[in-house]
Design a protein around this ligand. Structure first.
Ligand code: SAM
Length: 255
């Protein structure tokens, strides 16, 4: 197997693992609604893009709390199939459309959207790169709302610093990220950190039974064993160091 195939295999396994959950990253419906409250006028003419949508936890909340038409995009076809089925079950299929695509090469028109949403996904292409690439798809005066891993303090213990530098080398402080948003051509409108339960109760705890099941299903598969060990360590480190980092919602308005 060459490198590319190994990466593809990892990507599919990771997504197979996460596709079984209500959501694929830390967050909550209440905090999606809270962030939505900072966005200006919304109507039945509003167009929203939800990037790195996963199986659509936040997409459905956006659809149920606006009258907007929503295009939800993810690289993983399995998540998009689950999202479209979920929209159908909720009777939202006329306003919610899932498409397979990459956040760094969006298949949209310039000035197409009033709002670009992205929870727990922008790090896959980089905070600055994402904000800059996405801007042209937003109308002037449109909004961007993203959650992104951020440091809460200027200094951190070496163990957690190293973990995040390996996972998201671009990770930085809230103040720095706000300055990036401003430099990228958005007025920073609001920011708030997600509370711990968004990680612990909504993200880590639901994974526990799934980890056992997944290890059984892929018994003897070293990649899966390493993946599950990684997920468990992610939880342990969060409990140990949660005062130093978390997801922060950044909301900005394109000028
Ligand atoms: C941590 S999950 C968050 C999913 C969802 N927003 C949520 O909070 O439940 C990150 C998502 O980004 C997607 N992703 C990763 N790289 C991507 C890319 N280049 N373009 C689009 N989606 C991508 C993954 O497939 C995954 O669904």
């Amino acid at each position: 197997m060459d490198d590319m195939k190994i990466n593809e295999f990892d990507f599919n396994l990771i997504n197979e693992y996460f596709a079984g959950f209500e959501r694929q990253g830390p967050g909550s419906p209440e905090h999606t609604i809270k962030a939505l409250g900072f966005v200006g006028d919304l109507s039945n003419k509003t167009k929203i893009a939800d990037l790195g949508c996963g199986t659509g936890a936040q997409t459905m909340v956006l659809a149920q709390n606006t009258e907007a038409a929503i295009t939800a995009l993810d690289l993983y076809a399995g998540s998009i199939a689950a999202l479209n089925a979920r929209a159908g079950k909720l009777g939202l299929q006329n306003r919610v459309r899932g498409v397979v695509g990459s956040m760094d090469d969006l298949p949209f028109q310039n000035d197409e959207f009033d709002l670009i949403w992205s929870e727990g996904a922008i790090a896959n292409i980089g905070f600055e790169k994402g904000l800059n690439h996405w801007k042209r798809f937003l109308k002037k005066g449109g909004y961007v709302a993203v959650t992104y891993e951020s440091w809460f303090t200027d200094e951190r213990p070496a163990e957690i610093e190293k973990w995040w530098m390996d996972a998201v080398p671009e990770i930085n402080t809230i103040a720095y990220n706000i300055s990036v948003m401003q430099k990228s051509g958005y007025v920073p409108v609001a920011m708030f950190a997600l509370p711990e339960y968004c990680w612990i109760d909504n993200y880590f705890i639901p994974q526990k039974p799934r980890q056992e099941e997944f290890l059984k299903k892929h018994a003897g598969n070293k990649i899966v064993e390493n993946m599950m060990a990684f997920m468990r360590r992610e939880f342990d480190l969060y409990l140990k160091y949660k005062q130093y980092y978390g997801y922060v919602f950044y909301i900005g308005k394109k000028i």
